[in-house]
Ligand binder design. Structure first.
Ligand code: CAO
Length: 419
């Protein structure tokens, strides 16, 4: 099968989630990704949140498939020499160490360019170069706070009204996806100029990029003093910052999460319901309120907005005797944008996701096979085959041999604990 990234060699100097998510994606599409890890320990996620004693944790296996693992102590002279050779022979070096770590190791951008002017150096950091917080180490939730997601997510009143973190990895995997786009752009650029370049994505920026519509709302709020699509409108007052909007639609279409049959005991017995402005009559027909079609209090989005929460309460009443699946099966006939709230368990066992390769079973040498999330990107001429993640140092000798080291030299490196 055609694997478009075949022939691209990537030094994967990443750990935890943001960097590994990026390099895993590139590995799925054919790049040779060599994960460089500290001898003896490796990526910290190998041992974090283990479900089987002494076996690589799912946190690691689910972010490092299709890669090779090379152990290398890059603070020892022997390790540095190997990394230098690798840099000379590779196309991309991806890293997400704390600020300055690569420089302290002796691999500044200037040094990397000396070794290989075609090298693309791709970095994830918490904040961008020159930012007043550029020295900070950053994890997922820190990035969500720094990038505007936390201040705009959650409830705006009541005891649980503080900023809220999303379960989606907006800081980590999202930044990795941005970086993958940056790497491929730099790679195409290199085909035109013959030169590599430095590509960086700050987690704060990647989160902010996904919060673009909240920035839109700030600009609107500055101008108007209110935001008509938020649940606060028109009965509550707005301050000068974008408020948290609960489960509001956020765009031009009002929406909310509504309870379905069984919500009292099933934490996911809900659907998301969207009221498309131009598609009001089918909603009225679907929920058994045909009289609303011609009622001036309901006919236009503007007329509905002041009592939109009452409308949702009426729809919720209609949902009382319907499961989330029954409800969606009815609403889909009326072309109403909606979906069940799926639990992780339901997604894991979803037949459609398994058929499409979005959920895949992967073999692993020590844990046996396990299910994971496959490629969300589908191609007509490439079906990524997801392979197991490598054991720590599984490919060390093989990679060293490819770099031209003799068996005796490799043995000496093991002896010196440099690999
Ligand atoms: N051989 C020798 N040393 C190695 C090595 C190797 N193979 N791999 C890493 N190291 C060293 C680094 O050189 C660094 O050493 P110094 O600090 O002495 O220079 C050290 O390991 C620790 O690196 P670190 O700062 O990256 O690690 P940490 O656990 O303290 O911090 C994290 C982790 C994620 C907060 C930090 O890496 C970071 O802020 N990264 C950038 C942002 C990011 O990607 N965050 C998302 C992570 S996913 O939630």
């Amino acid at each position: 099968m055609n694997k478009p990234l075949n022939g691209i060699k990537i030094i994967d100097f990443t750990h935890v989630q943001a960097g590994p998510a990026c390099t895993q994606l590139l590995a799925w599409f054919g790049a040779d990704v060599i994960k460089v890890e500290r001898p003896g320990a490796g990526d910290v996620t190998r041992s974090q949140l283990r479900d089987i004693p002494d076996v690589d944790a799912l946190y690691f296996t689910m972010l490092n498939s299709n890669k090779r693992s090379l152990t290398l102590d890059t603070k020892k002279p022997e390790g540095k020499a190997v990394l230098e050779k690798l840099i000379k022979e590779s196309d991309v070096l991806v890293e997400n160490f704390g600020p300055g770590a690569l420089d302290r190791m002796g691999f500044t951008w200037e040094r990397i360019q000396e070794l290989n002017p075609k090298m693309i150096l791709a970095s994830v950091k918490g904040f961008s170069d020159g930012h007043e917080y550029e020295d900070l180490k950053v994890y997922e939730n820190v990035a969500q706070c720094a990038g505007g997601a936390a201040s705009t997510t959650g409830w705006w009143k009541g005891e649980e009204s503080g900023p809220m973190i999303s379960a989606a990895a907006l800081g980590d995997s999202n930044t990795g996806m941005h970086l993958a786009i940056g790497i491929l752009t730099a790679y195409i650029g290199r085909q035109q100029t013959g030169k590599g370049q430095k590509v960086a994505v700050a987690m704060q920026d990647a989160v902010l990029n996904l919060c673009r519509v909240k920035m839109r709302d700030q600009l609107r709020l500055d101008k108007l003093g209110y935001l008509e699509e938020y649940p606060q409108y028109p009965h509550e007052s707005f301050s000068d910052v974008v408020p948290r909007g609960g489960n509001a639609g956020g765009g031009g279409q009002p929406g909310w999460i509504l309870k379905c049959k069984g919500w009292e005991t099933d934490p996911n017995a809900y659907i998301y319901f969207t009221v498309q402005g131009h598609a009001w009559p089918p909603i009225c027909d679907a929920i058994g309120k045909p009289e609303w079609k011609t009622d001036p209090l309901y006919m236009t989005p503007k007329a509905r907005q002041p009592h939109i929460m009452d409308i949702f309460a009426t729809i919720e009443d209609w949902l009382k005797d319907k499961t989330k699946f029954d409800a969606v099966n009815i609403l889909r006939k009326f072309d109403i944008p909606c979906a069940p709230v799926f639990s992780m368990k339901e997604l894991l066992n979803d037949k459609s996701l398994r058929a499409s390769g979005s959920i895949v079973e992967v073999p692993h040498k020590e844990r046996g096979s396990y299910w994971t999330v496959g490629s969300p990107i589908k191609f007509s001429d490439l079906k990524p085959i997801i392979t197991g993640s490598p054991l720590l140092g599984e490919n060390t000798d093989e990679v060293l041999a490819e770099l031209g080291y003799s068996s005796a030299e490799i043995a000496a490196m093991h002896e010196a604990k440099a690999v």
